[in-house]
Design a protein around this ligand. Structure first.
Ligand code: GLA
Length: 419
């Protein structure tokens, strides 16, 4: 039943997976050095060739949002160095909309929170060299009890495209009676594709939706878990759950273990460094969820760590996974992400336990023959030397050491992320 539904809807889309050209009437933005504004026409498949990087309002602000907050966040994304580090999207989550649709069905923003309207806000954000994201829900209500998009998919997709929106998070609350999750998400996916505007589509259905979502290019990313909390336990739980569908990640389609909690105050900087490292290693979208205005330097240093971000944005798009010490949840763990070129892997030595530990990675665990391999510490940005058969580091409780291992001897076994 589901299979035939998917087939029917996908046949409808099959002619549309080509180029998205901007319609004549699309709003013109300040020219930016981004794919949206280059002369090469964008395809749906081009939109998230590496994991999206940005910010989202929910984790820190919940419903306390306004156009002033979004403008100030865009300003802070530039002044903090996050734009230069690769962050692009400023994403408004739930509670931005009015409590009712207009009589013609259009969904307007709350005039108290966004008095200048979304088009003006998009223009402002684009003027900073950034992109603007927004939130809708596939049911009759959002999780915050604002109007849902069920039955209004085409109208809402056209509305957000006319504002110049670049990214849509599509939530899963209040499904309409008799509706199907698969059909609802495919309907919005098709509606977005039909607008002609390149809009990243982020599914939020709180669990891996199934292989259909990756293979059929329905969405660019999909939540794999329930909501993240600003605690160490939540980070570990989500990390483990997000690893299960690792084989479905690849350029253009990513497992999403939820937005970051870095800088929100519930964890130590050591724990936040581990959180950021593991999201980077899992090729997760890096969507900050803290208040970017007036961040302490330690938070900026985590969010903009250049060599950690390089691991996340590696064009091979391989989702890193556990390769060593897999017997128990409190054991030290070795995770590896195969990188493009150079026979290199990024390796995280993660200490989940409450005591400092020595953690060793053996080259054999990485599929490498014994023999010299160069090791670089990616947080310290320091070459550590050449090691014959493995590397050992002291790792603090709840901490991580992230290294790049480059073999001089043997090829890393070929891996191909899902296409
Ligand atoms: C759900 C989502 C969250 C957030 C809230 C908003 O819980 O999973 O990420 O979008 O809804 O209400």
């Amino acid at each position: 039943m589901l299979g035939s539904l998917v087939l029917v809807v996908l046949v409808g889309w099959s002619g549309g997976c080509g180029m998205l050209s901007r319609p004549e009437s699309a709003p013109t933005d300040t020219p930016q050095p981004s794919p949206t504004h280059t002369s090469k026409p964008l395809t749906w498949d081009d939109l998230a060739l590496t994991p999206p990087m940005g910010w989202n309002s929910w984790n820190h602000f919940a419903c306390n949002i306004s156009e002033a907050l979004i403008r100030e966040t865009a300003d802070a994304m530039v002044s903090s160095g996050m734009l230069a580090a690769g962050y692009q999207y400023v994403n408004i989550d739930d509670c931005w909309m009015a409590s009712e649709r207009d009589t013609d069905g259009t969904l307007p923003p709350d005039p108290g929170k966004f008095p200048s309207g979304m088009k003006a806000l998009a223009d402002y954000v684009h003027g900073k060299g950034l992109k603007l994201g927004i939130y809708l829900d596939r049911g009759t209500e959002t999780c915050g009890h604002f109007p849902g998009s069920y039955g209004y998919e085409v109208q809402d997709a056209n509305t957000i495209a006319s504002w110049g929106i670049d990214y849509l998070k599509y939530d899963n609350c209040a499904p309409a009676p008799g509706s199907s999750l698969v059909a609802d998400y495919i309907n919005m996916s098709n509606a977005l594709k039909a607008t002609g505007r390149p809009i990243v589509f982020s599914m939020c259905s709180w669990g891996f939706p199934g292989s259909w979502v990756a293979g059929q290019k329905v969405a660019h990313l999909w939540r794999t878990t329930s909501d993240i909390q600003d605690t160490w336990e939540s980070i570990l739980k989500i990390m483990d759950a997000n690893s299960v569908p690792a084989v479905f990640a690849g350029p253009g389609h990513w497992n999403d273990p939820d937005m970051l909690e870095v800088g929100n105050g519930g964890m130590t900087d050591t724990e936040y460094r581990s959180h950021f490292t593991m999201w980077a290693l899992m090729a997760a979208p890096l969507i900050a969820g803290n208040d970017l205005r007036g961040m302490p330097q330690a938070t900026i240093d985590i969010l903009t760590a250049p060599e950690v971000i390089t691991v996340n944005q590696d064009p091979l798009g391989y989702q890193g996974r556990l390769v060593g010490n897999i017997e128990g949840k409190t054991k030290p763990e070795v995770w590896s992400k195969v990188l493009s070129g150079d026979n290199a892997q990024a390796v995280a030595l993660l200490n989940r336990s409450d005591r400092a530990a020595e953690i060793t990675v053996k080259w054999a665990e990485l599929g490498l023959p014994d023999g010299p391999a160069k090791v670089r510490d990616l947080w310290m940005r320091t070459d550590l030397g050449t090691f014959a058969s493995g590397y050992t580091a002291s790792v603090p409780s709840h901490g991580v050491v992230l290294i790049r291992v480059e073999s001089a001897e043997g090829k890393i076994p070929a891996v191909t992320p899902a296409s």
